[in-house]
Design a protein around this ligand. Sequence first.
Ligand SMILES: C[S@@+](CC[C@H](N)C(=O)[O-])C[C@H]1O[C@@H](n2cnc3c(N)ncnc32)[C@H](O)[C@@H]1O
Length: 205
Amino acid sequence: MIAAGSDYTGWFRSPAMWPVLEGYIARHFASVTVWSGACATGEEAYSIAMMLTELTVDGTVLASDVSEHSVLHALRGAYDASLVERDVALGRLSRRRVSRWMYRDGDYYRVAPQIRERVFYSVADLGTVVPPVCDLAFVRNAWRHLPIDRQQHLADELREALASPDARLVIAGADLFTATLRDSTPPALAQAFVEAEHPLIWKLR
Ligand SMILES: C[S@@+](CC[C@H](N)C(=O)[O-])C[C@H]1O[C@@H](n2cnc3c(N)ncnc32)[C@H](O)[C@@H]1O
């Protein structure tokens, strides 16, 4: 098992990217399959499911993480209410989304059933996983923690998974930045992918 880096995640993390993704999905897909390959405690996968529901785009989110503990948390779909309220206060999560897609249950907010039913969780290691065939593959804030040979392996696997012309890989700025600093170019990314609509959205060469 290769597990490295922090577990930090958040609702609609990297806010500038979401409108770009929304536009891309609305232009290209009536139905979409998304893979969140390092889903942590579920905020990323549920954010995607909320976005798809708001766009009235069909489809599912397949989410996995190497941490069984995190996946169990994600499956429960219950989040400390004080942390959700903090994210609202900090502008990371809109009050409107909380009202629409969560409900209060004591000290927790629970994700609404119509969002939860779009997300399917499993435990999987990015170092060995065979990614599902999908339209968007999220490997944000995890790509950079994989050893270079594992990045290369995953890029090769994603060649199969992201075979459709409109399919894209989504990473985080830090995945790119760290690799760029360390190696001049992020080798597996540079060899397999080319930057597309946005610096964080990549398509296969
Ligand atoms: C910093 S969090 C990022 C979560 C989310 N993708 C985001 O951007 O907010 C990194 C996650 O990667 C997971 N992870 C680390 N190594 C992994 C591996 N080899 N396979 C799958 N998940 C891994 C950790 O368990 C953690 O949940």
